[in-house]
Design a protein around this ligand. Sequence first.
Ligand SMILES: NC(=O)CC[C@H](N)C(=O)O
Length: 385
Amino acid sequence: MTFTPDRPTACLALADGTLFYGIGFGATGQTVAELCFNTAMTGYQEIMTDPSYAGQVVTFTFPHIGNVGVNPDDDETAEPVAAGMVVKWMPTDPSNWRSVQGLDTWLAARGRIAIGGVDTRRLTRAIRQSGAPHVALAHDPEGDFDTDALIAAAREFVGLEGLDLARDVTCAQSYRWNEMRWAWPDGHQPQTDPQHKVVAIDYGAKRNILRCLASAGCDVTVLPATASYDDIMAHDPDGVFLSNGPGDPAATGVYAVPMIRDIMDKTDLPMFGICLGHQMLALALGARTVKMNHGHHGANHPVKDHDTGKVEITSMNHGFAVDGQSLPNGVVETHTSLFDGSNCGIRLDGRPVYSVQHHPEASPGPQDSFYLFERFAKAMADRRV
Ligand SMILES: NC(=O)CC[C@H](N)C(=O)O
């Protein structure tokens, strides 16, 4: 049964004029963004702090969000980056030994607006049918909403197409990263002695990706998104990593793609990209990226590895995709989504240059794709030999 509050204190307005009312929590105020739905049953804290969600409000299809609270270890970056959240049931008091704070107070302290009591099933069906809408989300304890103004604000939102948001979320300065994962999946051993000097370009990197690189034996130096070929080579790396990140790959690619091409043209360095990094590597190789209808956001997306025929269950978060039809000769499609056949991985034939659309760091999500970090480490070891 849908929860219908007597007195709504939050309002979600879609650009098409549809209004959803509910109970506000987190910060008060108003935000505009693109709305996406995420089907993961766990990991709301990692999702809200994943920098790739900049410019987006996330509606969770799983109804119980907030029930394990928030802890200092699960942040993917220092602050929540998603613009806001939409949930079905109001969060209950947290019940988990790791929790240090409730979701409500955590969001409020970080200026993030949330709405509970929404028919998220209806909302998700609307997103699936009409594509990710532009929305305005308002939280006012007095319940005073100018709905015409909210709808107008949603209509005025420029949308993610053409937006470079990596500059907003990247690090201000370079830094070293050596923290390892806390747990390593069955059958894999963490490499405690870092052997490979990796430059990781931070377009909005998730911490657990950096932990996975460190655990695979990488000595990681993180550089800001606008790092040039010369900035990177000054670190004399054994390999270059391209991170995940928010916004439109074509817009971010304006400065990232020339750098990626230079690395490929002037060196034989192994290169590995995840999500936005995947999309920009594809652009650098001459492929196209497209905006998807409602994207892939969840923790159980099946992806086929064409080399092995194996199906990996993966974590996904993307609203743009590489057009698999646009891959030029010499670029091999290595992975595809079994949900819609969209491209999920590429490799430059004969070179240790590859990338995937899904999130092998599994935070949150399944751990099937860890081998990709070890493949990167092996490519760097092989090159040295
Ligand atoms: N997680 C990511 O890196 C997302 C990449 C890109 N911003 C997209 O939405 O497709």
